[in-house]
Ligand binder design. Structure first.
Ligand SMILES: *Cc1c(COP(=O)(O)O)cnc(C)c1O
Length: 350
């Protein structure tokens, strides 16, 4: 009784979410620090109105976000923004809007595995382009294909943490024969972002999330920036009330607190440099990261073995293995104590 596409697929496998508190959790790129205190106040203030349906367009958030983004780019107005139940919801909406059964999506590998899941649900074919050994993208990524409807690009990428320069992404978008979704889940931790490209090319969309840099993974709130005529079409596809009243209130307070964001991002970036230095000192090959995690391989010790030994000792990192490519560990930047614990344990293991 199921659609064959659904029976065939494996389904997205999220990183482990243990419920104990003892675990040092460095496997799903959560922020190690608590969110802005203004978030809790905003949630409490929103509780009395839960009797009512939420604003289907999350207008309060879009107005604040438009102000904040206008300081980083040319003027952006609320009609350039679409909100979602996490940026995963945004990715779903974009995929459903552009890609029909039997059409084609393109993405690079290794990257965010959800792109594959979304394509499978749509019954779309996938063109999976391997990154070059220096994490750049070859001509294959922009090659013509009549059935191609959407390309995804995580930038900074996960698991590598590598960020392509906006000029490179602009060139990719210009050559691609289809819309490009630039998944900027980690852009707040990077030196550059692609927000400006949205204005010059209507086929560029940029997605962001409050899960990582705003320390609100449990909230589920993300958004998309695209030209208003694109947002209008996407709005027809989203669930009418895809963001609830508590998350809209919380997300609005969070994005309003840019002083908190700046301080947090600086702490995480300082932790990232220390973690990278420590891992290099232990003989790991560390990919230079623009995100809140690092991708490492070790020339001698098996990565699955390291993952399991760490897990036995209460430290969770992400072991990732990609077909025809290889494996490694993706380690989230924790707080100082977590970084010390991890480095000490790895020091004994390698
Ligand atoms: C974490 C992540 C997301 C999803 O974020 P949510 O807003 O929590 O759904 C999207 N893309 C990439 C590459 C991510 O790592």
């Amino acid at each position: 009784m199921f659609r064959p596409e659904i029976e065939r697929m494996r389904g997205y496998q999220p990183g482990e979410q243990p419920r104990g508190t003892k675990v040092v959790k460095l496997n799903t790129n959560e922020n190690p620090y608590p969110a802005s205190p203004k978030v809790a106040e905003a949630v409490a203030a929103a509780v009395p109105s839960l009797r009512r349906y939420p604003d289907p367009h999350a207008t309060a958030f879009r107005m604040r976000a438009a102000d904040v983004l206008s300081q980083q780019s040319d003027a952006i107005t609320p009609d350039w923004i679409l909100c979602g139940n996490g940026s995963d919801d945004i990715l779903t909406i974009v995929t459903r809007t552009f890609v029909g059964e039997g059409q084609v999506v393109r993405y690079a590998t290794p990257s965010y595995v959800l792109y594959q899941t979304l394509a499978e649900i749509q019954g779309a074919a996938q063109e999976i382009v391997p990154y070059e050994s220096d994490w750049s993208l070859g001509f294959e990524f922009t090659a013509p294909d009549e059935r191609l409807r959407l390309a995804y690009l995580a930038n900074p990428n996960s698991p590598s943490g590598v960020c392509l320069a906006p000029g490179e992404v602009a060139a990719i978008a210009d050559m691609l024969p289809c819309p490009l979704l630039v998944d900027e889940a980690y852009a707040d931790f990077a030196d550059t972002n692609c927000l400006d490209l949205v204005r010059s090319n209507e086929r560029v969309m940029v997605s962001r999330t409050l899960s990582k840099s705003y320390a609100l993974a449990g909230l589920r709130f993300g958004y998309l920036v695209a030209q208003p005529q694109v947002i209008e079409q996407l709005g027809k596809v989203k669930d009418s009330y895809n963001c609830d009243a508590l998350s809209i209130a919380a997300a609005t307070a969070a994005i309003d607190d840019q002083a908190w964001l700046e301080e947090n991002v600086n702490r995480v970036r300082a932790g990232r440099e220390r973690l990278m230095g420590g891992l290099e000192g232990l003989g790991f090959a560390v990919t230079p990261s623009q995100a809140n995690f690092v991708w490492v391989t070790h020339p001698r010790v098996g990565h699955d073995q390291l993952y399991l030994s760490l897990k036995e000792r209460g430290v969770l990192v992400r072991y990732l293995s990609y077909p025809n490519w290889g494996d490694g560990l993706r380690i989230t930047v924790g707080d100082d104590a977590q970084i010390d614990t991890l480095l000490a344990m790895l020091g004994e293991m390698v």
